[in-house]
Design a protein around this ligand. Structure first.
Ligand code: NDP
Length: 674
């Protein structure tokens, strides 16, 4: 059978394998399956194409345009899922593993698409925090903004998640407005190549937004500059080698790394056999050891249990692991497939042997196990070790056997458990199974500084929990120290890795123009008619309505109190109110003021304002007493188009009294027809 030719996509053209191509073997049979790589790949023209064609095209779009693009890409990939599944078996992955890699990757893209629309503006500038008042009279302000880097993101991915590994980096990069060059690990690059073909063939992306290197990266990293980013997942050795590239050091190229991690799972002292937590722990550990045959950066490598429960944990885990059928991932009965390659198998066995110098293997013999598949594939059984002296041991805390290998160790008390977990010297995730809130708090305070994520599970959350090993697009993924010191995803946080944060200082007028967000002090615009009669598209940022004033009487306050039932003493009892340090005597209800404000600014007739959808940042600054009068200023602060029919208008609202003193301030949200 001829080998699959896995191409690169460079500067707008597919480049077939050529000189220096590597052969890739099937994980299931060990037979040659594909070939990838071409030493003649012109990496400089790829970088140029991304920087001069892809970047400008992406930056012309708003965050919402790019979010819509991500959604369309995710839909396109979804429509071709079966082809990706079919190919992915060859990496040794089971159908269940595909759900994590392929469906998980597509789901991640959908989440970024939705966050882009909901949490980012329909413009090219992302505001990081509120405007800062830098001057006494408010004529000079500050605002942090984020804008896309003007370079290219080079994504170097690991072999274990050929689709998710690409998409979890690609989604935030494209949303930021930065083009990407993806370099998957050669061992599984054929699955990534198909996913890239599906995306490119869809025509959704502008030219230059996405390129692919199948095989070696050549000297691409030597040509990176200060506007570029490298985002890497893989081994600590490769990360160290690549981050020392002179061009990366000299040009302060951002280098985000996610690498080996000796993640731990702690069984709480309360979670004794017979509790739902004990069973949950055994289930989670088994799943983490066997999913993707343990080739997961977040897998549980160290199992930390109370000394008194060590034997019970060994028995329960061994019983569960014994039920794992190992073999051809295409077979429906198979629970665990193969490692990605024979090279990885040799590496895992070598690392397991190192761990075996300090710990006893209590389950799984790689030389004798029940294999339901071709013997030539990269299969190993799950291997459970028990280390009796975890304090003096070294390898169990620093050696990542990237397969179904985990080491159990006992702890004396919770401080000891925390100390053992932290011996990993920085992890992507630590999990804790406990129903005891004190245990949860102590473990979090003891281990959080060493972890990117802490996953706590118990009987209350287990039915809906997402799993120790699942990085989620909403939450950050990455960890300190040995885990690489990087951070990815975490919603909009992940998008910011591909943008520059800049502190902009200037007058309110200038800041309003740059941010498309009206700030107090900027010029007000007088519209041709009441703003509630104007459609979404007709309203300008800064368009302002000043209302007439209304005097508040004691009868108003009493009527409101009796009508609503809010007869709080500050509104009803003169003496009691006067004893309160905040009030001069009886005062108007804050909600009365808001209601009167609405009465002053609304236009009652049917019109383009469809609904009042919220109110943010309400502050009452000065009490209002009977006899005071209030008036309202209503200004269009920000506009966000939701669809072809309507958009959200954020209004800045101030209430002032007869002396022009600020009484209340808030932001009002309305949905307006286009
Ligand atoms: P590597 O670190 O060898 O490779 C990771 C990526 O880096 C691959 O895309 C690889 O490409 C690329 N790469 C390697 N050398 C260079 C180079 N000189 N220039 C540019 N790119 C380069 O990891 P593997 O994927 O081979 O896995 C090896 C080990 O790494 C595993 O056994 C495991 O211990 C660890 N690992 C840890 C992960 C984690 O997240 N914790 C994830 C995956 C692996 P190519 O494949 O073409 O060499």
């Amino acid at each position: 059978m001829s080998l699959h030719q896995i191409s690169s996509f460079a500067a707008g053209a597919w480049i077939a394998p050529g000189n220096g191509a590597r052969t890739i073997a099937s994980a299931i049979t060990g037979a040659p399956f594909a070939t990838a790589g071409n030493a003649a790949l012109d990496v400089q023209s790829m970088l140029d194409f991304a920087r001069s064609t892809g970047g400008p095209a992406l930056r012309k779009l708003t965050f919402h345009d790019r979010a819509r693009m991500l959604k369309a890409l995710a839909q396109e990939l979804s429509a071709h899922k079966q082809a990706l599944y079919d190919l992915s078996f060859e990496t040794g992955a089971t159908q269940k593993d595909h759900l994590i890699d392929i469906d998980g990757g597509i789901g991640t893209m959908f989440v970024f698409a939705s966050k882009g629309r909901r949490e980012m503006p329909d413009s090219q500038v992302y505001l990081d925090g509120d405007a800062e008042q830098l001057s006494r009279n408010g004529t000079f302000l500050g605002q942090h903004i984020c804008t896309p880097l003007l370079g290219v993101a080079v994504h170097i991915n690991a072999f274990n998640f050929p689709v998710w590994g690409m998409l979890e980096k690609l989604a935030p990069t494209l949303l930021a407005g930065v083009p990407a060059i993806v370099k998957p690990a050669t061992n599984s690059c054929y699955v990534t190549e198909l996913a890239v073909r599906i995306m490119l063939d869809s025509g959704i992306l502008p030219a230059g937004a996405l390129q692919l290197v199948s095989g070696g990266l050549g000297d691409m990293l030597d040509h990176l500059g200060c506007q570029d980013v490298v985002s890497f997942t893989g081994s600590a050795d490769t990360a160290l080698k690549l981050r020392k590239t002179p061009a990366i050091l000299q040009n302060s190229v951002r280098f985000v790394a996610e690498q080996d991690s000796l993640n731990a799972s702690i069984l709480g002292p309360d979670a004794v056999p017979g509790t739902p937590e004990f069973d949950l722990f055994v289930k989670e550990v088994t799943r983490e050891m066997t999913t993707k045959a343990g080739q997961k950066c977040t897998a549980i490598r160290r199992i930390i249990a109370p000394e008194a429960q060590v034997n019970a944990v060994i028995d329960a885990l061994s019983a569960r692991l014994a039920k794992i059928t190992i073999g051809d991932p295409r077979a429906e009965t198979t629970r665990m497939g193969a490692l990605v390659s024979k090279g990885q198998k040799a590496d895992v066995l070598e690392k397991a042997a190192l761990i075996g110098q300090e710990a006893e293997r209590v389950f799984g013999n790689p030389d004798a196990f029940d294999l339901q598949g071709p013997e030539t594939g990269a299969f190993v059984p799950p291997m459970l070790f028990h280390c009796a002296n975890p304090d003096t041991a070294l390898r169990i805390h620093d050696t990542e056997a990237f397969g179904p290998v985990s080491t159990l160790m006992g702890y004396r008390d919770l401080n000891h458990a925390v100390a053992l977990a932290n011996r990993g010297q920085g992890s992507l995730v630590t999990s804790l199974i406990t129903h005891d809130t004190n245990v949860a708090r102590d473990v979090v305070m003891g281990t959080a500084a060493y972890n990117g994520r802490i996953y706590i599970n118990d009987r209350d959350s287990m039915a809906e929990s997402t799993g120790h090993g699942s990085p989620l697009p909403h939450m950050i993924h990455g960890g300190p120290g040995r885990a690489g010191g990087g951070e990815e995803m975490g919603g909009v946080r992940g998008v910011k890795h591909y943008m520059q944060r800049t502190a902009i200082q200037g007058s309110p007028r200038i800041l309003t123009e740059i941010s498309s967000n009206w700030v107090p002090g900027a010029p007000e615009i007088k519209g041709p008619a009441h703003p509630f009669t104007r459609k979404f598209g007709e309203l300008s940022i800064g368009e302002t309505l000043h209302t007439a004033s209304r005097t508040i009487s004691l009868a108003d306050i009493e009527h409101f109190a009796n009508f609503t039932g809010d007869t709080f003493y500050a509104h009803m009892d003169e003496d009691a109110a006067a004893r309160n340090p905040f009030f001069p005597g009886r005062v108007a209800h804050g909600y009365l003021l808001l209601s009167f404000a609405a009465g002053l600014f609304v236009e009652p007739n049917e019109g383009p304002v469809l609904a009042n959808t919220g109110l943010d940042g309400l502050r009452f600054m000065k009490p209002v007493v009977a006899g005071d009068s209030i008036k309202v200023r209503l200004t269009v602060k920000k506009k966000t188009l939701r669809n072809d029919e309507y958009g959200e208008v954020r209004w800045h609202v101030t209430l002032t009294n007869q002396d022009d003193e600020l009484v209340a301030e808030y932001e009002l949200l309305t949905m307006n027809a286009c």
